[in-house]
Design a protein around this ligand. Structure first.
Ligand SMILES: [Zn+2]
Length: 362
């Protein structure tokens, strides 16, 4: 099966439209909707699924609807003909154009029920709270970025989740799997032998895990049955969701939201990619233990050493630090390390490597 480029784009796939034809006759189109800002990530791949209804999986960043519209026209549809939008998760590069599409098409909105509860909630501001606990420097205040987030929040407040989804929801040819970890509302959606994976499984890059601490911040906003214990945030949650998806079945093709095409090449992946991502995190945990087994080490130092191959500017450091926190949380929960010292910012090894069993278990 060779994907056919029906509208060319750049090297990363921005503004590209791709036609995927599968052996069983299923045809899917992917639209590479560019980010609204300069980004090394490449576009968000939004997928068009034809059938009884015209379905759009993800919508791209807010402020880019003209690119989505143009792509749809290449597939043969005006924006107004979208019947339903399926949102993989509530990050603004995925649900950013929902308001524009809904207001011009009247499309139904399908997303996890947590997504509906979080509409218009400032997820990033809240997240800065826990960061302050561990970091001395202030949160980044890029005015353009702030504006984009605020705009997204305001538009989201006007939306209603018409079709809330939970794990196992089936509608026509779609089966929804709840796969939290990158985001607490992440869905993977199976259609025939295709799995729309959002940011849960990506080729070339490893999705960022969320951090468990966020659960305390967002718990009270979640639907009641989600308020008892954290199974929605953090690396442990993410790994559990990766393992689950890896065993969904044979011969399933993954349709990721990023990097489907990059540097002039398609990057086809199957479900085994989920285990490669899980293994990446296992070896990160291993490296972290390796660093602290001889001497205790401050969290910032751990970050700089683990990412010593990168030149960490402020923004990259923040991202790397966040990832380290998610690893530290998992290792702490497994009993392998403890946080000690002033403000509990120093990592001390407990003498065990229980994390290895967790990663190995099915
Ligand atoms: Zn995301």
């Amino acid at each position: 099966m060779v994907p056919e480029i029906i509208k060319s784009g750049d090297d990363a796939g921005n503004k590209m439209v791709v036609k995927y034809t599968y052996p069983d006759g299923v045809v899917i189109h992917g639209i590479g909707v560019p980010q609204a800002w300069d980004s090394p990530l490449g576009p968000t791949w939004c997928y068009v699924v034809e059938g009884e209804h015209l379905t759009l999986v993800d919508t791209g960043s807010n402020g880019t609807v003209q690119h989505l519209e143009e792509g749809l026209q290449y597939v043969g549809y005006p924006l107004s003909s979208v019947d339903r939008i399926v949102v993989t998760h509530g990050h603004l590069d995925h649900d950013g154009n929902c308001f524009d599409v809904v207001s011009r098409s009247g499309a139904e909105l399908w997303a996890h029920e947590i997504w509906g509860k979080f509409l218009g909630v400032g997820r990033r501001d809240e997240e800065n709270d826990w960061r302050q606990r561990y970091m001395d420097f202030p949160p980044s205040r890029d005015p353009e970025w702030e504006q984009r987030i605020q705009n997204h929040q305001e538009l989201s407040q006007k939306l209603t989740l018409t079709n809330p989804v939970t794990d196992g929801t089936v509608s026509e040819d779609f089966t929804f799997y709840y796969t939290p970890g990158h985001s607490p509302d992440e869905l993977c959606i199976l259609h025939e032998r295709l799995l729309f994976s959002g940011d849960h499984i990506l080729p070339l890059i490893t999705p960022h895990p969320s951090v468990s601490m966020s659960y305390q911040i967002f718990r009270s906003l979640m639907p009641e049955e989600y308020q008892n214990e954290n199974r929605y945030y953090g690396l442990k949650t993410f790994i559990t969701s990766l393992k689950r998806v890896a065993h969904l079945g044979e011969d399933i093709t993954v349709m990721p939201a990023h990097r489907a095409y990059f540097r002039g090449k398609f990057n086809p992946i199957g479900l085994d990619r989920a285990l490669v991502i899980a293994d990446h995190h296992r070896s990160r945990c291993h490296d972290l233990i390796g660093l602290v087994r001889k001497e205790t080490m401050d969290l910032s130092e751990v970050t700089r050493k683990l990412f010593s191959h990168l030149k960490l500017d402020d923004q990259l450091f923040r991202m790397a630090f966040t990832e380290v926190i998610s690893h530290v949380e998992l290792l702490e929960e497994m009993g392998d390390i403890t946080l000690v010292g002033d403000q509990a910012r120093t990592v001390q090894w407990s003498g065990t490597e229980n994390f290895a069993d967790f990663f190995e278990a099915d």
